[in-house]
Design a binder for this molecule. Sequence first.
Ligand code: MN3
Length: 202
Amino acid sequence: MPDNMTFQLPELLYDYDALEPHIDSLTMEIHHSKHHAGYTSKLNAAIKDTEMEGKSIEDLLANHCDNPSIRNNGGGFWNHRFFWNLMCPRGGGSPDSDLLVAIESAFGSFDNMKSEFAKAAMTRFGSGWAWLCVDSEGDLFISSTANQDNPLMDNSGTPILGIDVWEHAYYKKYGPGRGDYINAWWNVVDWPAVATLFNSAN
Ligand code: MN3
């Protein structure tokens, strides 16, 4: 199997220091070059010379998560690639158009959505993720998952936004202050990218 059939650590669309001061450069570098790289190489090792080799990551997550190595490393591979692409320098603010209308319809207001999302992220005990998703009816909902699980594994919805609340995502800058990290993270959310996912999920 040639190398181009295995999963690759994606390049970031911005520099490691581009999300300062909200997410520090060293955290970004370690998170991408060590953690995400580790999930990627362990995923490739788990599928090598098996019938899973050559399958898409979505197929692996939907159908092979009874294998703990696929669940943890495939989830880690997908989740981080998703996370990087929904952050940007000079992000933040609020979405416009259809996504804002859908958020206001589902949660009452944009601020209410943010507080429900932050609550899901804060109350995820231990390591995991919080998500804003679209369900099969096209409606928005918020959920959270443990470890590197995600909503693709149980087909509960299509994620359009997610936050990593593992301590490795924030501890260097914020210590145990997960809430401070979540508050700061809103400043780097790439709402146009979230809106693109929302539009394609509908
Ligand atoms: Mn992480």
